[in-house]
Design a protein around this ligand. Structure first.
Ligand code: ISL
Ligand code: CA
Length: 537
């Protein structure tokens, strides 16, 4: 496979509304991101991914867009964005934006026009269906609602929405609509952005067979439908191939074989993908399952498509809480999880705050949660008669708010995130868990991320090397090898709260990075070691 800048890059995801507030309104903003670009650079990241900041009524935190060409007030102005982009480029950081084109907001002018009447010129920008037996056309659910069909009383037709009622899906069968999207993509690429993270991009094509599904809670019927690859190949042909840009598709509901169809270089669709066999399908840590997923994706993509490695983001609970130990072993565990994402095959993504081991949070009441996904599901289940306490407890761990609490910069009030009232409560542990504290300590999580990123940059074996799992059956020890051109790295991780014997031979290998101080052969709890050996002169 050809070598590219993005295959060697580390991406830092900025959820700007929780990153840094510079005007005291309690919301993070683009000016806050600009001010912290040197911080992101110091960490060692190469690319900044900004979650959507376009004009939006904010029903789904910016993923319901009402104007693709303007910056929402809370985020700032287009000038703020342009200044951020210029300064990022000036210090060697690239910037990719979130492309949300499966749906718009129901307040987008296109939808307001389409809704006005059945024969409105833009009616066909969206997906409408007559009632069936006086009700919804079928039993399909959406991510955020019991049905993916919403009645438009004005026309008596239902419109299709894969997410919230306020997020009507665009009709990608409409050529004019597709050209509108390509025009918008060129607008941002011509400003100099370096690519896109593409929101649920494998949902663009819709299932033609509208009959009921056996299990409406298995939402895979929303994705990977016939026509999707033609749309992405047209997008590549019309837009992407004309720019030096990277694209990462958010691609739920795919196996490695299905994922390859989106990122096989020869198919000229996308560059890399986030699959969800871990984040959406592995609720808590399951070592054997994790190992099998990593082997399957390495074998499934190897040599033809590029993977991405992430263990949390703005939709998923913070990794040290969900997949590690956020208690007595929090620091070692945060470093161990980072070692995984930065030494397994694929592009590593750092979600803001994971670089200091920020933890998930559980609030006491549903009123403290803002996530539309959680609030809608809670209301639905309670309306169906389930016990509110039990519903609340069942939704807490996987609520998306867990990873959206403000970035913890200092031990000052509101963790230095804002001088106002934050839009979401700060995690109470900010007093000792914050960037300032980590920057002062040599053995902090932040310093370890720096060393890890530096090691990966200095040895392309960790980027382009082969991958072999040495302990496929071990539930607690993870050991794998990356090899290229006579250099071998052996990564060994004790993903458990107990010390464990090292059960592989690393005779003659040199430890080049270790997350805890330990000279014994026996591994301490959550100890990570990276060994290196020159196998050929
Ligand atoms: O949140 C999830 C499950 O807990 C994810 O499955 C997520 O909803 C799904 O991957 C789609 O996410 C993307 O599109 C949504 C938006 O709410 C998410 O924030 C975005 O990452 C609709 O645009
Ligand atoms: Ca602000």
């Amino acid at each position: 496979m050809k070598r590219t800048w993005w295959k060697e890059a580390v991406v830092y995801q900025v959820y700007w509304r929780s990153f840094l507030d510079t005007n005291g309104d309690g919301y993070g903003d683009l000016e806050g991101v600009r001010q912290k670009l040197p911080y992101i650079k110091e960490l060692g990241a190469d690319v900044v991914w900004l979650n959507p900041f376009y004009v939006s009524p904010d029903r789904d935190n910016g993923y319901d867009i009402a104007d693709y060409y303007q910056v929402m007030d809370e985020a700032g102005t287009m000038k703020d964005f342009e200044r951020l982009l210029d300064e990022a480029h000036a210090i060697g950081l690239k910037v990719i934006l979130d492309l949300v084109v499966n749906h718009t907001s129901d307040e987008h002018p296109w939808f307001l026009e389409a809704k006005a009447s059945k024969d409105a010129p833009k009616r066909d920008y969206y997906i409408w269906h007559d009632p069936v037996d006086g009700g919804v056309p079928n039993n399909w659910r959406s991510y955020f609602a019991p049905s993916c069909w919403e009645l438009d009383s004005q026309s008596g037709q239902y419109y299709y929405h894969s997410f919230a009622v306020e997020q009507p899906d665009l009709n990608w069968e409409n050529e004019e609509l597709r050209q509108e999207i390509y025009r918008m993509m060129r607008f941002w690429l011509d400003k100099g952005i370096d690519g896109f993270r593409m929101d649920v991009i494998n949902l663009l094509a819709k299932r033609k067979d509208l009959s009921d599904v056996a299990n409406p809670y298995d939402l895979s019927y929303l994705a990977n439908n016939p026509g999707i690859h033609e749309y992405l190949q047209e997008m590549h042909e019309e837009v992407l191939q004309h720019y030096d840009c990277m694209t990462v598709g958010e691609i739920p509901f795919v196996t490695p074989a299905e994922g390859l169809l989106y990122v096989d270089e020869s198919r000229r669709e996308l560059d890399t993908l986030f699959h969800f066999q871990i984040a959406d399908e592995m609720p808590t840590w399951d070592m054997l399952r994790f190992k099998a997923i990593q082997r399957d994706w390495y074998e499934g993509l190897n040599g033809r498509g590029w993977n991405s490695q992430f263990l949390n983001n703005h939709d998923h609970t913070r990794q040290v809480t969900r997949y590690g130990n956020d208690g007595e072993h929090r620091v070692a565990s945060a470093k161990l999880l980072a070692t995984l994402t930065h030494t397994l095959p694929g592009m590593p993504y750092i979600y803001q705050g994971e670089e200091i081991g920020m933890t998930g949070v559980t609030f006491d009441s549903i009123d403290d949660y803002q996530d539309i996904a959680m609030r809608n599901r809670y209301a639905e289940e309670v309306a169906n008669g389930r016990d509110p306490e039990e519903v609340f407890a069942s939704l807490q761990l996987l609520s998306r708010d867990n990873s959206r609490t403000p970035m913890q910069w200092t031990d000052e009030p509101q963790a230095g995130f804002t001088t106002g009232v934050p839009w979401m409560r700060v995690n109470p542990n900010y007093y000792e868990l914050n960037v300032a504290t980590d920057l002062e300590r040599e053995d902090s999580v932040f310093r370890y991320y720096q060393q890890l990123i530096q090691l990966r940059k200095s040895h392309e074996t960790l980027i382009y090397g082969t991958f072999e799992d040495l302990l496929p059956e071990d539930e607690f020890l993870h050991a794998y090898v990356r090899e290229l051109d006579g250099t071998r790295f052996t990564i060994v991780l004790n993903h458990s709260d107990e010390p464990r014997d090292l059960s592989i031979d690393v005779e003659g290998d040199k430890i080049v990075l270790q997350n805890v101080k330990n000279d014994e052969a026996r591994l301490l709890p959550h100890e990570a070691r990276i060994y290196m050996k020159k196998t050929a002169i």
